[in-house]
Design a protein around this ligand. Structure first.
Ligand SMILES: COc1ccc([C@@H]2N[C@@H](C)[C@@H](O)[C@H]2O)cc1
Length: 448
């Protein structure tokens, strides 16, 4: 291994109570809310199909013109209590809020820039209202923060001159000040999720990313920080030059997940994925007909897929400029919440089971209990389960339902019966397992 000053601060998973809470929460929601919600993907009468929070880039709008949208920021239907109730009903345990996206508009009254909610008709500290409402519902709050800031004259994409050095140093100090402001004003925040950290200017300042992680952890003991913040001495990001994960969990799975059969490496560390409901919209877009919109079932499968591989899943919501949610997102929250209210125990506090994945769905595990989350029911009416060598199944019960039969069919192979009644939706079978080390082995492999 090479010696690094700004590489991973720790090897292996964090095992303290705050990280266990982060991990056991498993299901989160993203709130992408900013000036971009106002145009909602349309500029000067032209509709852009790209991600709505990137409209400034797609329509090539200069920063000062874009920031004039502040004059229209006045979400009259914003009701933080209703937002928190919706999240509670969906069964999310935490919400990640965009405090500042690339556009540079701050949802809190930052004193380090004029582009904040305080300088809009709304005036009030909208971030503070959200933090209080979610916390009052027992929901943790995580902060999304974009280092990339299109509103700031000192931002640099690369450092190519002495002038760049000086300007970017001012920018990093500005960013430090904003982060200290967030940590001071909202001490109940549990996590910082950094975005906008891919430019050469940041990769050339790996030291600063290590400093930010340390600064936040000194100010808020226990707080978690994502890998995307971090660059090491050589500009390596997420994993340092020795291959060690930086930050507390990997955050590279944005709108994608590892294959649960062919690519199991993520099960070795903590990670969190995030996903959009349309193919690629984080901020509010007026026209969801421009791309495929995932059904609640497809969202649910991604949640289970992530947990089955030892990760968290954050489902995105892009609130309307008036502060209400679009009907598709309300319906999604409702549908996922209904399923989670019956089956949530196969998600919360669960982890990778380490069993070979089968066609009917996914395994998750909590201690000695293994959950079968069934998405695809087989014509055979039997769910094939292959257990690890020293493990036998002693019981199988449908969550919120009845016991089902389990028949051993070969060494470490079982047929688990389908529930008698088809609920027409994915269901969960909870397996009780036992150590099977000294059982007589009545099976014989063929000589070939
Ligand atoms: C250049 O590719 C991207 C893609 C997505 C992003 C941002 N990350 C997501 C979590 C959203 O905030 C999206 O705007 C930034 C750059």
């Amino acid at each position: 291994e090479i010696s690094l000053k700004y590489g991973a601060e720790r090897l292996g998973k964090r095992q303290d109570a705050d990280m266990k809470r982060f991990r056991d929460n498993r299901l989160g929601a993203f709130i992408h809310w900013g000036l971009y919600a106002i145009p909602g993907g349309e500029w000067n009468g032209e509709m852009y199909g790209g991600a709505a929070e990137w409209l400034k880039a797609w329509a090539k709008v200069p920063a000062d013109e874009w920031l004039k949208l502040m004059e229209q920021w006045n979400p009259t239907r914003f009701n933080p209590k209703a937002w928190a109730k919706m999240a509670k009903k969906m069964g999310v345990k935490y919400v990640k809020i965009t405090t500042k996206h690339h556009e540079g508009f701050c949802l809190w009254p930052s004193k380090y820039t004029q582009y904040t909610v305080a300088q809009t008709p709304y005036k009030k500290d909208i971030l503070g209202e959200m933090v209080k409402a979610y916390n009052d519902e027992g929901i943790d709050v995580h902060f999304y923060f974009s280092v990339l800031d299109w509103s700031h004259p000192d931002y640099r994409y690369d450092i190519k001159s002495e002038e760049d050095e000086i300007a970017f140093a001012r920018f990093l100090e500005f960013t430090d000040n904003q982060l200290k402001e967030l940590a001071t004003r909202y001490p109940t925040v549990k996590d910082f999720w950094f975005d906008g950290t891919w430019d050469a200017s940041i990769k050339k300042n790996g030291w600063w990313t290590a400093h930010v992680e340390q600064m936040l952890k000194e100010m808020l003991p226990g707080v978690t920080v994502n890998s995307r913040l971090r660059a090491d001495d050589y500009g390596k990001r997420h994993f340092d030059s020795n291959g060690h994960l930086m930050g507390d969990y990997e955050s590279a799975y944005e709108r994608r997940l590892s294959d649960p059969v062919k690519d199991l490496k993520v099960t070795r560390w903590d990670w969190e994925a995030c996903m959009t409901v349309p193919e690629n919209q984080w901020g509010y877009h007026k026209d969801w007909s421009l791309s495929y919109v995932k059904t609640p079932l497809e969202v649910l499968e991604r949640i289970v897929h992530a947990v089955s591989m030892g990760g968290n899943m954050v489902v995105n919501f892009g609130p309307q400029p008036d502060g209400d949610f679009r009907s598709e997102e309300k319906e999604l929250a409702d549908a996922v919440g209904r399923w989670m209210s019956v089956n949530g125990e196969c998600i919360y506090g669960c982890d990778y089971a380490g069993w070979d994945k089968q066609a009917w769905g996914y395994y998750t595990r909590k201690g000695k209990e293994v959950y079968m989350v069934v998405f695809n029911s087989p014509y055979s009416r039997h769910l094939v389960v292959k257990t690890p060598k020293d493990v036998k199944i002693t019981k199988a019960v449908v969550l919120n339902g009845k016991e089902v039969g389990v028949k051993e069919t070969a060494r470490n192979e079982y047929n688990v019966d389908m529930p008698a009644k088809d609920s027409g939706a994915p269901f969960v079978i909870k397996l009780q397992i036992e150590d099977n080390t000294n059982a007589a082995d009545k099976y014989r492999e063929a000589l070939t």
